[in-house]
Design a protein around this ligand. Structure first.
Ligand code: ZN
Length: 245
């Protein structure tokens, strides 16, 4: 069984569509969404409907949370974040917002645990950038595999049997899963990659082969940036997509 982990779609429909075709082409039997379906991008409603239809499981991201629950927490958000939330709140109806409100913060899927940010404190959406932050997550991960998003950067850490936490060895874009070692995988971002590669990214876990890979899929960035600028969204949000930052 292959499972595709899609994170940080961020209302980028052009990117999501090519990723879903790539997932089908690679014959993944299961799709898990790691959150941030909306925010930043121009097509929140279409992305939410596609994910609700295509994903077997989904968790709540911070942008989904701001959009679904709104209120006082919207004050003080950075302009590009607030603008993406405003576009999402304008385009979603109550039924869409209820679907977002129903998403759990974390979910189990076979030998994997899935959460948008970190199991250390999923409700406050901490980032995992460093090995120390990975250690805080691993303290709460009881499954062999953990999948996260949030930083928009594809990477992996491991915790060996002695509890030593380190970056996991990814060779030629593939991580070989070893027995007795626990892994924490960041799936990267479908709709706003930040690792310098503008192509859409997701993670593919092949249980039989014992590998995790991060397929990269080119999409028509201009379709998304044009739609953002037409909606009056910040140029910073639109321009970062072609640079992958
Ligand atoms: Zn995000």
């Amino acid at each position: 069984m292959k499972t595709a982990f899609l994170s940080d779609i961020h209302a980028n429909l052009a990117a999501l569509e090519v990723v879903l075709s790539d997932v089908r082409r690679r014959d993944a039997g299961r799709i898990v969404c790691l959150g941030d379906i909306v925010g930043y991008g121009p097509r929140p409603m279409e992305c939410l409907e596609l994910i609700l239809d295509a994903a077997d499981l989904s968790v709540l991201g911070n942008h989904d949370y701001y959009t679904a629950f709104g209120g006082r927490m919207l004050r003080g958000l950075r302009e590009d974040v607030a603008d993406g939330i405003a576009v999402a709140r304008n385009s979603l109806d109550e039924h869409h917002l209820d679907a977002l409100r129903a998403l759990p913060l974390s979910v189990r899927c076979g030998d994997c645990v899935c959460v948008h940010s970190s199991l250390q404190d999923p409700q406050s959406f901490p980032y995992v950038h460093t090995t120390r932050e990975a250690r805080e997550h691993f303290a709460a991960q009881t499954t062999p595999m953990g999948f996260i998003g949030h930083s928009h950067v594809p990477r992996a850490w491991q915790a060996d049997a002695a509890g030593t936490i380190a970056k996991a060895p990814v060779e030629k874009g593939s991580l070989a899963i070893r027995p007795g070692v626990r892994y924490l995988i960041n799936a990267g971002s479908v709709g706003q990659p930040r690792d310098g590669d503008p192509r859409a990214c997701y993670a593919l876990y092949d249980e039989e082969a014992g590998t995790v890979t991060w397929p990269r899929v080119p999409y028509d960035v201009k379709t998304t940036t044009d739609a953002m600028l037409a909606l009056g969204m910040p140029a910073f949000s639109a321009n970062r997509l072609s640079k992958g930052i």
